[in-house]
Design a protein around this ligand. Structure first.
Ligand code: 5AD
Length: 343
């Protein structure tokens, strides 16, 4: 039987490992060699720059019923909001003023905005000299194509879990196959495509998490976001156990080792679950942070999970905290758009 150190070495050199090996690394008690290898590979392939992506959560309306998510349509405990296109652009200008080179537009699956409206927003954003990322859920191929044509560069759509049975349980009325198809369509249309998973969903096993990593690699994902599941009030999983920080860090480290060139955030959920989450994430393979550029009144309402909108009432305080973390780690803010390297 190979030791953990042997397995990490094989993975670091070959940038590949089968599901059984990945499962073993996920369940091994000693994670330090794994974290160190991920940090080395991160440094070698994507360097010390940390790309900041300005996140604008423009609507918390959602037609879906994902069991874990506070924005699910069935949650009557939250107040809903929609930003107008003018409000979105004002926040984008603020982000640009902060020196950010990417704007991420995220919302629940909200049919309110027409494709033409969304395209107009994208076109205006592109005139601000930023990369534009969309995170607006499952849409038709035509819609994805129209938004790409309007100038969108990237798209985030987590698979959440690559296990079809668990996916079905967590997402009533949704189709696993359609989500997979969306991801491959986005790649085909030329988007830099991001996916990722939730760690700690009820019923999720280490073997399922290992399969998520295999899925990311097969897709040739450009970006990977991995965060802990945090139980959310007003959802059926309110009283479930949440995901563990160590498992998230192991997943991130493994993703970096399998796909050295990806862009990978230290997620907001990780920083909510652990006050040292950004630092830990950046030390285990991450090279991206997504500061929230929304208005504080809306941030509180974008209650995907509790604690999310509370940490930083003000966007400028958040930027200061991020700068401090980067300084301590000897890392620097990325100056470019932060596209995937080596393309
Ligand atoms: N805890 C942590 N992350 C969550 N998300 C949704 N609900 C939760 C939760 N309760 C994540 C999903 C989604 C992203 C925008 O937020 O993975 O893709």
């Amino acid at each position: 039987m190979q030791t953990i150190t042997d397995l990490v070495k094989v993975l670091e050199e070959a940038q590949a490992l089968d599901q059984a090996g990945l499962t073993r690394l996920l369940t091994a008690p000693e994670a330090i060699p794994l974290y160190h290898a991920a940090d080395r590979v991160r440094k070698r392939y994507v360097g010390d720059e940390v790309h900041l992506r300005g996140l604008i959560e423009f609507s918390n309306y959602c037609r879906r019923g994902c069991l874990y998510c506070g924005l699910r349509a069935g949650n009557t405990q939250i107040r809903r909001y929609r930003m107008t296109p003018a409000e979105i652009l004002t926040r984008a200008r603020y982000a640009v003023g902060q020196g950010l080179k990417t704007v991420v537009l995220q919302s629940g699956e909200d049919p309110h905005y027409t494709v033409e409206e969304l395209c107009d927003i994208v076109r205006t954003l592109k005139k601000m000299d930023v990369a534009v990322t969309l995170s607006i859920g499952e849409r038709s191929k035509d819609t994805y194509a129209a938004l790409k044509e309007a100038g969108a560069d990237r798209f985030l759509l987590r698979i959440e879990t690559s296990n079809e049975q668990l996916y079905a349980r967590m997402h009533p009325g949704m189709s696993y196959q359609n989500r997979v198809n969306c991801l491959y369509t986005l790649k085909e249309l030329g988007y830099e495509t991001g996916t990722g998973s939730l760690v700690g969903l009820p019923g999720q096993t280490p073997a399922m998490l290992a399969a998520d990593l295999v899925f990311f690699k097969a897709l040739d994902a450009d970006m990977i976001g991995i965060g802990p599941f945090i139980p959310s009030p007003g959802t059926p999983l309110d009283h479930a156990a949440g995901g563990e920080v160590e498992t998230v860090l192991k997943m991130m480290a493994l993703a970096r080792l399998l796909m050295p060139e990806i862009n990978m955030p230290a997620t907001t959920a990780l920083s909510v679950k652990d006050r040292d989450g950004y630092r830990k994430g950046l030390s285990c393979g991450a090279n991206v942070i997504m500061p929230n550029m929304g208005l504080s009144e809306y941030k509180k309402l974008y209650a995907v999970y509790p604690g999310k909108g509370e940490g930083f009432a003000r966007s400028d305080e958040q930027m200061v905290k991020i700068q401090t973390v980067l300084q301590k780690l000897g890392r620097k803010v990325g100056q470019g758009y932060g596209f995937r390297v080596g393309r």
